[in-house]
Design a protein around this ligand. Sequence first.
Ligand SMILES: NC(=O)c1ccc[n+]([C@@H]2O[C@H](COP(=O)([O-])OP(=O)(O)OC[C@H]3O[C@@H](n4cnc5c(N)ncnc54)[C@H](OP(=O)(O)O)[C@@H]3O)[C@@H](O)[C@H]2O)c1
Length: 322
Amino acid sequence: MIILVTGANGQLGNEMRIVTKGSKDKYIFTDVCDVHPESLEMLHSLAGDDVDTTTTKLDITDLDAIRAMVKKNNVKVIVNCAAWTNVDGAEDPEKYELVELLNAKAPENLAIAMKEVDGLLVHISTDYVFGGDPYNTPCREDQKGTPTGVYGLTKLHGEQNIQATGVDHLIFRTAWLYSEFGKNFVKTMLNLTATKPQLKVVFDQVGTPTYARDLADVILVAIEDYKQEWNMKRETLNYSKSGIYHFSNEGVCSWFDFTKMIAEFAGNTDSNIQPCHSDEFPSPVKRPAFSVLDKSKVKESFGIIIPYWTESLKTNLLNIRK
Ligand SMILES: NC(=O)c1ccc[n+]([C@@H]2O[C@H](COP(=O)([O-])OP(=O)(O)OC[C@H]3O[C@@H](n4cnc5c(N)ncnc54)[C@H](OP(=O)(O)O)[C@@H]3O)[C@@H](O)[C@H]2O)c1
């Protein structure tokens, strides 16, 4: 099968390069930018010299360009790793149109292109579609979205737009994503806990971190499942597992707990890390106080075992230090 990955030079996209190495399927990695030199070094260090580091240019806001690429390469599955991911930056009123374009209209473009060839769109959404209601139990897929900011709102629009096209789709809502690539919370805290004698981190936002490699692994499992069903029918397919799924690592923590573990595993024990309230860090957006995702559906549907968050964090830190 020919599978196209968008946003291939971001955190998740680069993990897709690693987990698909040696696959029997043909993967085409696309983005609007080139692989960052640091990511290139990391890719070779983690996956060897023969990992695919090529990037075909594709802007997912351009429906004609998507259609042309799908047709030319006979693409059957798109994995959309591209998005506007700057949560604070999304609150700038001048950016609203751009954020909506990237997070809501562009996924619809991909859905239209896949619907036209009876293909599958794998899309990534976020726990930030929740948070407006004061939940204290893990959020399930059928729970009403109540975003507290523009990022979450536009990602929710993206989900709705995809579903409205009627395309076969897998939407994975994930949370607190980190990887060896790009900028993320783990890398920031690795640096801060190594250099700051004192550090305050919020303890009143609770969720679960997600190692992007684990998410990439699940995407592959899901694509294999799709291929099996497609191989049996070999025609227009209403994929039986089309829908929304929640995926993060197992467990629950606050950003404070997350930081304590990062420091402990990294041996940065000199930094005095203290819990604080969110209002001590003024932010343009109110983040969810509780956005733990219930992952029962993804585990039952795809028969997966999800690693506990501290185990995946250890793996990630070992990789960063390789
Ligand atoms: N990061 C998190 O904590 C988090 C949490 C929950 C869900 N998610 C979701 O998980 C997915 C992957 O996130 P990530 O952290 O891996 O993202 P990321 O690192 O920000 O990567 C996104 C990639 O998409 C590219 N891109 C931007 N505009 C594009 C366009 N018009 N066409 C094609 N590519 C474009 C970006 O290029 P530039 O860098 O040049 O802009 C970047 O390479 C996203 O859907 C995100 O919403 C992320």
